[in-house]
Design a protein. Structure first.
Length: 183
């Protein structure tokens, strides 16, 4: 074997080794690439699942907020209706004819007498005539829009039947009932 043949043999072996190294490198690169694709696919699945869960949670929050806003708007509307009804009742009470107003005042005095031993009745100036016509009670002028405050002789026990207080109590009870229904 001559020098040329040895040179060709070395060159062939070197080329074969280089080819084998390149082929192995290509297989390693393909394996790394396939592993990266698998990991990317798993990551994508996890990210999609996480995004779906986050989206579902956000939708649930938005729905809850919308439900709350709807209930609040409904409560506000019902409160507005109650306020309007109370204001209308105040106006109607203020414009009652004298005979009807006197009848109501006397009815409140009788109701008070069932609860306490009434000696004094505090009422507005326009209701003085009605209070004075009640037996066994004295009149005292008070600054109120209507109704009465009945007191015992020592002033320690009072029954408050002012129209504003009665309307306020009705309004509070109505709002509490609405709150229970809505929330």
């Amino acid at each position: 074997m001559g020098l040329k043949e040895v040179e060709e043999d070395i060159l062939k072996r070197t080329e074969n080794e280089a080819r084998a190294i390149l082929q192995q490198a290509q297989r390693d690169a393909d394996a790394i690439l396939e592993d990266a694709r698998c990991k990317a696919g798993e990551y994508k699945l996890r990210a999609e699942a996480s995004a779906k869960a986050l989206l579902a949670m956000m939708e649930k929050r938005e729905k809850a907020a919308a439900d709350f806003d709807l209930r609040k708007a409904l409560l506000d509307k019902k409160k507005s209706i109650i306020d309007s009804a109370v204001d209308k009742a105040r106006q109607e009470i203020a414009s009652l004819p004298e005979k009807k107003r006197e009848g109501y005042i006397l009815a409140l005095i009788r109701k008070s007498q069932q609860e306490i031993d009434v000696a004094r009745v505090i009422a507005s100036k326009k209701d003085k005539k009605a209070v004075s016509s009640a037996k066994g009670v004295s009149y005292e002028e008070g600054s109120m829009s209507g109704g009465i405050i009945a007191e015992t002789s020592d002033g320690k026990i009072r029954v408050d039947y002012q129209y504003d207080e009665i309307l306020h109590d009705i309004k509070d009870r109505s709002l509490q009932q609405l709150g229970k229904i809505l929330f």
